[in-house]
Design a protein around this ligand. Structure first.
Ligand code: FMN
Length: 338
């Protein structure tokens, strides 16, 4: 890794599929680290096809690949890690201690582990012993408050975690509260390992500001990477931070790349449905009155997609915003996908 601010692509179930990483490569904007969307770990779980594809892709990788595991059963973690390591080459394991979706945390996994410190420690201990690869943790600052935050930092130190990715909100805050970056600063000051700030980082300038105020080692970017994939190239290539001029023509090309990939494996209807999950982020930088967003979230057929693309083509020299228009929000909250 170079001498720049380190950047990681956040895991996003349903979005950070292997094809998305291929598109990042095509656009010349790969991050330093990719954390896979979560692989659910339980006594009968197996390695799902998307994770397998990512593991195969990444044999030609120019980034470090961490496979994210989400579960509570210690024996299952050990089994899946051995299976992954026997079959594939990758850089490390990532543990999900932050998922805020009730259907997930009600099963005592993800964010729920932030209020069950004994189980969290059992997992850290077993996983640390099961792998000699790098071990990272992705977590929030707590479940409903920060009462265990300091204790968890001690465990992270004790079990020699290699990177902490900190989404600086509680589980109960989901995506609505503003991000409390001071927890990132606190973790960075306490831990030996690098700490990556996560949550609502929109562009390279903001990433560098957060680094300067928290002294974090890196940033992890989620939704902004879907909306504005060039963010990684901006962070890596420009110091002091400057924005690239991305035109509507570039955005049209980006949407077309996603569409081509989606059509390879899906029917038109299914591809349109999947594309909308990307468009609702991309639309936030197109027009401040939200017309593109309105139209994009309602498309049902290919001809409507063509209309959206021709809207961009007719304005091909317009400059795309690298932050969302304020009145459109950062993006709609994730619903069922996380
Ligand atoms: C659609 C969606 C799916 C997500 N899936 C995961 C996941 O599989 N594992 C995980 O740790 N976090 C997941 N997240 C959370 C992100 O990794 C990230 O922590 C969060 O979006 C905040 O970062 P951002 O503001 O840069 O998007 C998901 C988020 C979204 C929007």
């Amino acid at each position: 890794m170079g001498n720049h601010l380190q950047c990681a692509l956040a895991p996003m179930k349903g979005l950070t599929k292997p094809f998305f990483i291929r598109i990042l490569r095509q656009l010349g904007t790969l991050p330093d680290i990719v954390v896979s969307e979560f692989l659910r770990v339980h006594p009968t779980s197996s390695i799902d096809l998307d994770i397998q594809e990512l593991l195969k892709e990444s044999q030609r990788r120019a980034y470090k690949l961490y496979i994210q595991l989400l579960g509570e059963d210690v024996a299952s973690f050990t089994r899946i890690i051995h299976q992954l390591e026997d079959q594939y080459s990758f850089d490390g394991i990532n543990l999900n201690f932050g998922c805020p979706m009730p259907k997930i945390y009600r099963k005592n996994v993800g964010g729920a582990l932030l209020k069950n410190i004994d189980q969290l420690e059992r997992i850290l201990s077993a996983v640390r012993q099961s792998t000699s690869l790098a071990l990272s943790v992705k977590m929030r600052v707590g479940f409903s408050d920060d009462r265990f935050f300091s204790k968890i930092l001690e465990l992270i130190e004790q079990y020699r975690i290699d990177i902490l990715f900190l989404h600086a909100r509680t589980v109960e805050e989901r995506y609505s509260a503003s991000v409390h970056y001071f927890y990132v600063a606190h973790a960075a000051s306490q831990l030996t390992c690098p700490v990556f700030a996560n949550g609502d980082i929109q562009n390279s300038e903001q990433a560098h500001q957060i680094q300067a105020t928290t002294l974090c080692a890196g940033v992890m970017i989620g939704r902004a990477a879907i909306r504005y994939p060039w963010i990684f190239q901006e962070i890596i290539r420009t110091s002091p931070p400057t924005s690239f001029e991305i035109s509507f023509r570039d955005v049209q090309n980006y949407i077309s790349l996603i569409w081509e990939e989606l059509c390879r494996q899906r029917s038109e209807i299914a591809a349109i449905h999947a594309l909308k999950a990307f468009l609702k982020h991309i639309a936030l930088g197109i027009d401040d009155h939200g017309k593109f967003l309105h139209d994009a979230t309602r498309i049902t057929h290919f001809h409507e997609l063509q209309e959206l693309l021709s809207f961009l083509e007719k304005r091909e020299n317009c400059i795309y915003q690298n932050v969302p228009y304020p009145n459109l929000g950062t993006s709609s909250n994730p619903s069922r996908s996380e």
